[in-house]
Design a protein around this ligand. Structure first.
Ligand code: PLP
Length: 491
């Protein structure tokens, strides 16, 4: 065993068997309602079920296959139609094929000569995505995850205001401030930590009762900071907030940003997918007014993790290169025999970079604009169906009357707590219900939905079903309601 030669018949057989296993156990059974969403084991039990030892001699092909089978068995199946926990996980054959193509070719996207095809694909895709969000002079970059894309937004905002930062660092800069709604993603806090601004530079802005940034509060925070001698640098607007799915008003925020000369970055990691739908793209109204925008295509668009794009509205056309270039002589020789503007590696902070673009291109090419649009519309339709079903069932209470995105948030009310005065004591009891049901659903593996409290709004633990799987039908929405009733009626 352990031959490195792909033509070796044993290796070829091993790969064929691997493919069969992935196709049948991970993809087919992993998306089949007849099989569980997960087979949960506590850490120590799991360690005893897996043969982790790699210090012994080489394993046989049979042992490797057996181990992969077990890894599949004990891994949750995010593509399952009863898995509404994460923002990622929908599966399709085309982006899977793209993923395999990407890892089989194993090219690295820093220069054209080592990744000509995928660099051309990237340029094409950036133009397509920029057109969808209305960036006339757009450019883009794939980053490892949406959090990193948001880092990129802050990094670009700082560079555009203080280009000297690239040489002299933060030392001579005024104290900078960034603004985000209190419901915005914690990646901004990570970004200020990572980029040396410090946590105090983040100013949380209150939200209205639907979780959208209060633009009047944004403006008063900005003016008060200016009076104190701080310099407002960036507003990170949220397009599809992580918990409630709310969309900030980009047009109104942009007006404030223009008045005070502030960079407007949109975190559309979750909600960006609506750009592909004529019915829902109004939620991103004003996106063309942003300076930059990030879009996790592994979320609403359902690409395999990770597929995250940073887009910049850049009339100069070279902001990414100027902000990031290090001009390594061994990679970016000026006297190459081809058009070196295709050597895109210096437009980012990374050296090596994965070809995530191929997964996206394959999915979009296979489904076409109309197929992508149908998939987004279907997710919204399923979410609407579930919301209405919960609204009319006495065992459930919606957290908001309507949801802007496909996050459906609700409390389950067990029989003993129905029809009672909803005082503090009652809410305390309700807050204990979701963790108990979550434990039961995890143990049975029948359904997975996340729960959380939301202390800034005074909400005790509630369920948040994230609906985006294109395999989901109304009967899967019915199942959510029936299964939670089954698991929680006696609590
Ligand atoms: C609104 C929002 N921003 C950023 C992120 C972070 O994305 P990633 O997990 O790819 O880093 C998420 C993840 O769910 C999100 O919902």
């Amino acid at each position: 065993m352990a031959s490195m030669n792909f033509e070796d018949p044993e290796v070829a057989k091993f790969l064929d068997q691997t493919y069969q296993l992935l196709k049948e156990d991970a993809l087919q059974k992993g998306t089949d309602r007849e099989y569980p969403v997960m087979n949960f084991k506590h850490p120590n039990e799991l360690k005893s079920l897996l043969d982790l030892d790699i210090t012994a001699g080489p394993a046989t092909y049979e042992q490797l296959l057996e181990e992969m089978k077990r890894m599949i068995q004990y891994s949750p199946k995010p593509g399952h139609p009863h898995y509404h926990d994460p923002f990622y996980g929908s599966l399709d054959a085309y982006s899977q094929a793209g993923s395999w193509l990407s890892s089989s070719l194993n090219v690295n996207l820093h220069t054209f000569e080592i990744s000509p095809v995928f660099i051309v694909l990237e340029k094409y895709i950036f133009k397509k995505l920029c057109d969808l969000v209305g960036f006339q002079h757009g450019d883009g970059m794939f980053c490892p995850g949406g959090t990193n894309c948001n880092f990129f937004g802050l990094h670009l905002a700082r560079f555009k205001k203080f280009p000297e930062v690239k040489k002299t660092g933060m030392f001579s800069l005024p104290t900078l401030r960034c603004y985000i709604s209190e419901d915005g993603h914690h990646s901004l806090l990570k970004a200020v930590n990572y980029l040396g601004f410090g946590g105090n530079s983040v100013v949380p802005v209150s939200t209205d009762d639907r979780g959208r940034m209060l633009v009047s509060d944004l403006e008063s925070s900005i003016t008060s900071d200016i009076e104190k001698g701080y310099m407002p640098l960036m507003v990170m607007a949220t397009c599809g907030s992580t918990v409630l799915g709310s969309f900030d008003d980009l047009t109104a925020i942009s007006k404030v940003c223009k008045t005070y000369n502030i960079w407007l970055h949109a975190d559309a990691n979750w909600g960006g997918g609506v750009a592909a739908s004529k019915q829902h793209r109004h939620l991103l109204k004003g996106s063309h007014l942003c300076d930059s925008l990030t879009w996790n295509l592994h979320q609403l668009n359902g690409l395999p993790e990770q597929c995250s794009v940073f887009l910049i509205n850049d009339p100069t056309g070279n902001a990414l290169e100027e902000a990031n270039s290090a001009r390594a002589e061994y990679l970016f020789q000026p006297d190459k025999h081809y058009d070196i503007s295709y050597d895109s590696g210096d437009k980012t902070v990374q050296c090596g970079r994965k070809s995530d673009v191929v997964k996206l291109w394959m999915q979009w090419r296979a489904l076409g604009d109309s197929g992508i649009e149908a998939r987004i519309d279907q997710a919204f339709e399923n979410a609407r169906y579930l919301t209405e079903k919960l609204r009319t069932n006495e065992g459930f209470k919606l957290v908001l009357p309507e949801f802007e995105c496909t996050n459906v948030c609700f409390w389950y009310i067990p029989h003993r707590l129905r029809g009672q005065l909803e005082d503090n004591k009652w809410w305390q009891e309700i807050g204990k219900i979701a963790p108990k049901i979550k434990e039961r659903m995890t143990r049975t593996g029948s359904l997975l939905i996340q729960y959380q409290p939301m202390s800034n709004k005074g909400f005790v633990n509630f369920f948040r079903a994230i609906i985006h799987n294109p395999l989901c039908r109304p009967r899967d929405m019915d199942f959510i309601v029936e299964e939670i009733e089954r698991l929680g009626h006696d609590l």
